[in-house]
Structures are given as C-alpha cells and as structure tokens.
Design a protein around this ligand. Structure first.
Ligand SMILES: Nc1ncnc2c1ncn2[C@@H]1O[C@H](COP(=O)(O)OP(=O)(O)OP(=O)(O)O)[C@@H](O)[C@H]1O
Ligand SMILES: O=C(O)c1ccc[n+]([C@@H]2O[C@H](COP(=O)([O-])O)[C@@H](O)[C@H]2O)c1
Length: 189
C-alpha cells in the first residue's frame, strides 16, 4: 500500500506553514507522497479575493517545486461550488485502490471536524492527521492522529493583510511565490 498524505487548502496564497506541516507529517509518518489539494470554494469560510483560481494554482506549483514527494492534485478546481472533502475523497479512493490516505489538517480544522459534511463516512476513507496551530487547542472527540510540529504562526489572511498594507512578507512564503505576487499585482500589490 502506498501512503499518501493530502493537504487540502485554499492556498490564498500558499505559505511556509503549509510546506512545513506537509514536510513534518511526511517524515513523521513515512509517507510516499503528499498531494496538495487546492479547493474551489472553502466549505466553511468566505473565499477571499485577491487571486484567481489560476493564480492560486500557479503559486502552489511554484511553492512545491523541487520537492519530489510533493504533488498538486487540482481535481477540486474543476468542480463548481463548495469543495466538500467527502466528494473528493470518494473519487481519489476509487482512482487509487492501492493507496492509504492521510488527510492533514491544522488545529483550527481539527476543532471544526464535527461540522464537516458526512464526517463519519469520510473517516472510513482517510486517517486524519492533526498538527498544532497557535491559538487552537487540537481538541476533538474524533480519531485524529497527532503529529508534533514546531508551531508556526503564519496564515494566508495575515499575509494578505500585510501585502495590502505594503508591509514585508519576506521569509513567510517562498521567494518564487513572492515574485509571482508582485509580478501579477496580487493582493493589492
Ligand atoms: N501555520 C499553520 N499551522 C498549522 N496548520 C496550518 C497553518 N497554516 C495553514 N494550516 C492548515 O493548512 C490547511 C490549509 O490552510 P489554508 O490554505 O486555509 O491556509 P490559512 O492560512 O488557514 O488561510 P486563511 O488565513 O486564509 O484562513 C488547513 O488545514 C490549515 O489548518
Ligand atoms: O468537507 C467539509 O465539510 C469541509 C469543511 C471544512 C474544510 N474542509 C477542507 O479542509 C481543507 C482545509 O480547509 P481551508 O478552508 O482551511 O482551506 C480543505 O481541503 C477544505 O476543503 C472540508
């Protein structure tokens, strides 16, 4: 069985927090690959503007470049409406019968799991892996495998806010992503 990690997200924009948690979980659980799954519309929050779906995809591809274990799975971008994970995982499990899926989530999402669509059915398709995130307690009654990581207080919304204010984002995201943001004048730059 191949062990595949999935990091679903809005990646608006992708930041070093995303890369760090994917890498930490990949090594801790000895995963064969981690697939980054950009959503079309986040089910639980308003989609912030500032970048098109194509821009988010291009930034994500650039962010993971160079890591042979990291891939982008863009299946949700082709689907209208909220990207419910159950719909996506049914397809991915079907397409990859020789894979075992580990769905990676930050502590904010761990606390929100009870509100996920068809969570009990989803638990039959994936193992959830939770990681710390400053400000959240990793508290849940659901079976979530916890991987210890150095806590990282970076979020896409904080980065968007800094960019809008003309403040520095150096070292919070990869250089290639910063270049793309500036070249395409994303997030008010
Ligand atoms: N700094 C972080 N530490 C731990 N988990 C994180 C961190 N940043 C993002 N994640 C996790 O990565 C996944 C995708 O996150 P997402 O792309 O929505 O980024 P975000 O920074 O939470 O965005 P926003 O600030 O716009 O809400 C989620 O499971 C989220 O919990
Ligand atoms: O399926 C759900 O009900 C559901 C509810 C909240 C979040 N998710 C997924 O969790 C991942 C992280 O979400 P987000 O909004 O923080 O990018 C992403 O893949 C979302 O599609 C899924």
């Amino acid at each position: 069985m191949k062990k595949i990690g999935i990091l679903g997200g809005t990646f608006n924009p992708p930041h070093l927090g995303h890369l760090i948690i994917a890498n930490e979980v990949c090594h801790a659980l000895n995963l064969d690959e981690v697939w980054f799954l950009p959503n079309q519309e986040p089910p639980h929050k308003k989609k912030a503007g500032g970048a098109s779906d194509e821009d988010r995809l291009a930034m994500l591809e650039s962010a993971i470049k160079g890591n042979k274990l990291f891939k982008v799975e863009a299946i949700e971008l082709g689907r209208e409406g909220p990207s419910y994970t159950i719909d996506t995982m049914k397809i991915l499990v079907d397409r990859n019968p020789d894979a075992e899926f580990y769905f990676i989530i930050g502590a904010d999402m761990v606390e929100y799991l009870s509100k996920w669509r068809q969570i009990d059915e989803l638990l039959n398709l994936v193992t959830f892996v939770g990681v710390q995130r400053p400000g959240y307690g990793l508290i849940t009654t659901y079976p979530v495998q916890i991987v210890d990581i150095p806590a990282i207080d970076i979020s896409s919304s904080m980065i968007r806010e800094r960019l809008h204010q003309g403040r520095t984002v150096n070292y919070l995201l990869s250089e290639g992503v910063i270049r793309q943001i500036r070249e395409k004048h994303l997030y008010g730059t």
